[in-house]
Design a protein around this ligand. Structure first.
Ligand code: GDP
Ligand code: MN
Length: 397
């Protein structure tokens, strides 16, 4: 589950990680009120207004702006809320902004220079250990740093049995070129950050930039936090942080129906039981000259109700020109599935795209007979290749 910046920062802060302080606002008036409150708490009269959408690169797309007085807060917040923000990480249509974070300006001038660093915490699947990845090159695209100056990216692997050790935190601060107060601040920051990562059951923290302020404080200016869905049952208070407006509407609906569905760009809808078979089916469609419109695993009980639910979801995608149903009857009997397809097809009443059904396994022969005698415009196949050829045929028409 991905979180908004302001939600990620709240979690970090709850574990003692210093953050750029801010308040979320749904409209320009709330933004002004938020700015006033921040000024009374922090003393700073400049604020940054930051679009809250699940995409990075907001600064580049005009979704992060500095406001030097309350009038500018109102103007900028009014401008950003409601806009379709296009960043290097969104589609060309962009993402609608529903709320902004009004944050204290932390780039104020002072006794020393500000510096921006990069820091993330994630699982290294190769070694099976959590890893802190960090760089002196903060505020920019880490992919670019990795390509052009890979020697400026450091990693610190953590033994899960003992956690992050003090000498490791000091090594991070040292490699970032810090000394004095900032050095100490960084060891505290990275230690708290690692604790937060483990305790919140996150699968990714990406803090870009981590800022050294001009008075040598170390704080998170941005926060990309992904919580492991499989651990959400242990964190009831995080469940409500899900913002379904940020997710694909079809995927959310499919999730509510208990279907494993991922929206893709192609033209052939797939309905399959089992994730492995679903992957193989997508390969098959590509081989036949089509492009899968989705990944869909209907699970073990492919009965009429589930097949109908799956039809509804697949047909919501206007790009779908054919549907390939590929079911292996191991525990589930193929004749049951065939009857389910026939019933669902009749119930829907308005299916106009060609359907190819390939049923293999228990009672596959009876299933084929049922489909062939149903009088419906459904093509049956028993072999994988036969199904692929039929997909190719209907696409060519
Ligand atoms: P992203 O573009 O989506 O990664 O959003 P960030 O939260 O990283 O903000 C983008 C950039 O805005 C940062 O890299 C900073 O350079 C700038 N920025 C963020 N907070 C402040 C602030 O308080 N004052 C000023 N002047 N700039 C800021
Ligand atoms: Mn950032």
């Amino acid at each position: 589950m991905n979180l908004h910046e302001y939600q990620g920062k709240e979690i970090l802060s709850s574990f003692g990680v210093r953050i750029q302080r801010g308040l979320v606002a749904q409209n320009a008036q709330e933004a002004v009120a938020a700015a006033k409150q921040l000024t009374s708490e922090t003393g700073t009269s400049w604020h940054v207004i930051k679009a809250q959408v699940h995409a990075g690169g907001r600064g580049k797309g005009g979704g992060v702006k500095l406001a030097k007085n309350l009038k500018e807060v109102e103007e900028i917040a009014g401008q950003i809320i409601g806009m379709d923000l296009v960043t290097p990480q969104t589609s060309a249509a962009g993402k609608r902004v529903h709320q902004v974070l009004v944050a204290e300006d932390v780039y104020y001038p002072g006794e020393s220079e500000t510096s921006e660093f990069y820091m993330s915490v994630l699982l290294n699947r190769g070694t099976g250990r959590n890893m802190i990845m960090y760089s002196t090159e903060g505020g920019m695209d880490i992919e670019t740093v990795a390509e052009e100056t890979p020697h400026l990216i450091f990693t610190e692997e953590v033994d899960p049995a003992v956690g992050l050790l003090p000498f490791q935190a000091r090594r991070v601060a040292f490699n970032l070129g810090l000394s004095g107060v900032a050095f100490k601040e960084m060891t505290k920051f990275v230690t708290a950050l690692y604790t937060a990562y483990v305790a919140s059951d996150s699968s990714l923290f990406e803090i870009n930039p981590v800022l050294k302020t001009s008075d040598n404080l170390i704080m998170a200016v941005d926060a990309k936090v992904t919580i492991d869905d499989n651990a959400l049952y242990r964190h009831k208070k995080y469940v409500d942080l899900r913002d379904v407006r940020e997710e694909s509407a079809i995927e959310v609906e499919a999730g509510e129906l208990g279907l494993n569905y991922v929206d893709l760009d192609g033209n052939v809808g797939c309905m399959v039981n089992g994730a492995g078979l679903a992957m193989a089916t997508m390969d098959l469609i590509k081989q036949a000259g089509g492009e899968p419109a989705n990944f869909l695993d209907v699970g073990g009980t492919a009965d009429a109700a589930r097949v109908e639910a799956a039809f509804k979801i697949i047909l919501k995608d206007p790009a779908v020109k054919a549907i390939l149903i590929n079911i292996f009857g191991g525990i589930v009997r193929c004749d049951r599935v065939a009857q389910g397809v026939i019933d669902a097809y009749k119930n829907m009443g308005n299916i106009t795209v060609p359907i190819i059904v390939r049923l293999q396994g228990t009672n596959a022969d009876i299933a084929k007979e049922l489909i062939d005698n149903s009088g419906l415009a459904v093509l049956s196949a028993t072999e994988f290749q036969e199904a692929a050829d039929k997909v190719q045929e209907v696409l060519a028409k």
